[in-house]
Design a protein around this ligand. Structure first.
Ligand SMILES: C[S@@+](CC[C@H](N)C(=O)[O-])C[C@H]1O[C@@H](n2cnc3c(N)ncnc32)[C@H](O)[C@@H]1O
Length: 314
């Protein structure tokens, strides 16, 4: 194996899956329970945890590609086969990729606190996320949050209590984590304190997932293509209670046999940017979700393919 081949390993290509939630026991080839770390950063905590205890499967969720590369190097160097990672927003990933009652612990070390109220929507712990935790954790399963911001810990504690499905221990000050992380070192150097919050699941709320079940690539056939109609789609917007769709632009292949429609869509706050292809085929034109710049086949993505086909057909 050359020195960078490990970059292809340990990461699930979640957009390629044919069904959701993910069957983790098939991925790991065992019946162990799962522990999930959100925002693993340099990967110090998750890798050491996985080295120490082989009785669990470990899944790391991160939005930073650099962090994913860093942890893969550590997993490879330690020859671990009990960690998989996903490059994705944890609010989406925890809800869509894990079935009910399937996780033993969710660990979050030093999440970004987003202290300004205008940035509050970026905070990890919101009401929907706590509903997700109440579904995906097993009964008695725990959320273990460490933060350097006491107000953040108290705000999260209040949210767990108002959800009603969690028993929450008092926030305590901790001296050090079992494995030191990059941010723990950073805050220690600045003399900041660390606070621990543990919430234990007691009951379950039902959540609606966007991706449950089996998925095919959405596609529609149309007989003729009116180029003026295609062009007029730029700027098209559709908003409904649960999703929004905007057509941003259209790109053409030089020989006119294929067009790429650039779409932004949002499902319950989850935003995707992707392409819908309009391709010449023998019997007319095929409108389908582009399979190179991939998107999850959420309701808004399926609707975008249908809308484009319908508008072109009219
Ligand atoms: C302050 S750093 C802490 C990193 C690490 N836990 C540590 O203690 O060194 C927060 C990390 O969370 C990640 N992150 C932020 N929002 C996220 C989200 N919604 N889903 C997954 N990861 C997220 C960031 O990319 C970043 O690596």
């Amino acid at each position: 194996m050359n020195s960078y081949s490990y970059l292809q390993m340990y990461q699930i290509n979640t957009k390629d899956l044919k069904s959701y939630p993910i069957e983790w026991n098939k991925i790991f080839g065992n019946s162990n329970k799962s522990i999930v770390e959100i925002g693993f950063g340099g990967g110090e905590f998750l890798v050491n945890l996985a080295k120490e205890n082989n009785n669990y499967n470990y899944v790391g969720l991160e939005t930073s590609l650099t962090s994913c590369h860093k942890i893969k190097k550590k997993i490879f160097q330690n020859n671990l086969n009990n960690i998989q990672i996903i490059l994705e927003d944890a609010k989406f990933a925890l809800r869509e990729f894990f079935s009910d009652n399937s996780i033993s612990k969710v660990i979050v070390n030093f999440p970004c606190p987003w202290p300004k109220s205008k940035h509050a929507k970026n905070r990890l712990f919101d009401e929907n996320f706590i509903d997700t935790l109440s579904s995906v954790l097993e009964v008695d399963g725990e959320v273990i949050l460490t933060t350097d911001v006491f107000e953040y810990a108290s705000d999260v504690k209040e949210k767990f209590l108002s959800n009603g499905c969690f028993k929450v221990k008092n926030i305590s000050e901790v001296q050090q984590l079992p494995f030191k992380t990059r941010y723990e070192k950073k805050w220690e150097n600045e003399g900041r304190k660390k606070y621990l919050l543990i919430a234990q699941k007691r009951c379950k709320k039902d959540i609606k997932r966007l991706l449950e079940g089996e998925f095919d690539l959405p596609h529609e056939k149309i007989k003729r293509l009116d180029f003026d109609k295609l062009q007029s789609l730029v700027g098209f917007k559709k908003s409904s209670e649960n999703h929004n769709i905007t057509i941003k632009d259209i790109y053409a292949k030089l020989d006119g046999s294929e067009y790429l429609v650039k779409v932004f869509s949002e499902d319950k706050g989850y935003i995707q940017s992707y392409f819908v292809n309009v391709i010449k085929i023998k019997e007319g034109w095929l409108v389908k979700l582009d399979d190179i710049a991939k998107a999850y086949r959420t309701p808004s993505v399926k609707e975008a393919v249908n809308i484009i086909a319908k508008e072109l057909e009219n």
